[in-house]
Design a binder for this molecule. Sequence first.
Ligand SMILES: *Cc1c(COP(=O)(O)O)cnc(C)c1O
Length: 491
Amino acid sequence: MSTANKAALFQKLPSINELLRRPDMQLLIERDGHSAVAESVRAVLARLRDEIAAAEKSLDVKSLDEKSLDEKSLDLALDGLFAAVDRHLRQSLRYSLIPLINATGVILHTNLGRAPLAVAALDHVRDTAGAYSNLEFDAATGERGKRDIHVDRLFKQLLAEDCAAPAQSSATSTIVVNNNAAAVLLALNSLAEGGEVIVSRGELVEIGGSFRIPDVMSKSQATLREVGTTNRTRIADYESAINERTRLLLRVHRSNFEITGFTEQPGLDELVALGRRRNLPLMEDLGSGALIDLRSVGINGEPSVLDSLRAGVDIVTYSGDKLLGGPQAGVISGRADLVARMRSNSLFRALRVDKLTYAALEATLLAYVKRDHDAVPVLRMMRLSKDEIERRAEAVVSAVESARVKSALLTLALVDGESVIGGGAAPSAVLPTRLIALTHANLGADDLNNRLRAATPPVIARVEDGRVLLDLRTVFPGQDAILATALSSLT
Ligand SMILES: *Cc1c(COP(=O)(O)O)cnc(C)c1O
């Protein structure tokens, strides 16, 4: 193609302004606004210009490659301009953060947003965040208030109940920061800056997402004093490490792993006794932080926040969006005098949470106060029985089978399996469940899995032993029909 031909092609391209004045583009502008449409027009024209330029270059080498434009195909492209702009516009204005169906059976899946919020939490967020609120205002006196009072009163109530030592529980206060990593940072900095913190080597954990206890420790300006070995630490190891620079004893919950075999770890009661004897506070990073006794849903070995406080731990840190089932947050509960030091630390101002979090957390905590545990999705999912899950799985399977009378390529079967809590809680605890197992005559399990992820909304499953496995424990009942439709289209 000669330079003259190329120039002729470029001349055929309309200008951005010409295009924007066209009546069909005006319709798009009415729908999505002038600047978004102008941006898409600019992008589509730039693509055409690149293609004309490519025609030139490839001619220098040999012949036109098929991506480059000749006059005929440019005319075709110009006819399709509206469709191209519309497509570009829709794509650029699509949400990136979208809901999906979690059929993995992992209740607290960090990559899938951890805890889904209770309906009451969403309502409360909408009501209070879509308007002005009394976030830091006392409407009764007209004076400035504190944002943490909205949830501190509920934590006091929840953490005081059935407490063996009521004197201690009434002195328990709670503050909320951005996440549990921030809670640990704030607590260590407030209680141990410039001093030493004693931790067992068996608890120097990485939780994932680069939360490593030694790193958080150094950011907090506290010095880590490691004691014991990876598998065995005794109370005497803690005791002999105490010196005049010691500020805190720290226990870290082994969230996502277990050490088994030849192991030893002092009991919480021994650490409490040591702390009291040597006048050192004891902090426990619980991570998950259940507010109810999980033994009621068949999960053992996952201490609740109340268990720790009752045992005499001075400060407990935990996440708002793990076993608590609320919004992302880091919660610090414990001795009022220690919590007061954290509240007055300037780091607290940098780590504090916004009104959306307070609203969602307050509504979630109220469900606990009312003992309405089924209102909290993660608790409801944990409490689902295998029988209930099986009934729903059977209904999904028969819906799929009646929807595709002709195709016998997809095989659905129900098999026994296990759901897990996830989110670094109770690593070895599993909940019995009933799974839908998929196989396909012409597609491998990975292909099937990819197809499910490409559905709208995406369906996230797991692949095991050449089958795709779907666990309805983590699927909301209202999504069962959507899931059945996605499965029916796997022909
Ligand atoms: C999950 C976890 C954390 C990190 O909590 P985030 O809320 O994700 O910041 C820290 N410590 C422990 C023990 C955990 O389980």
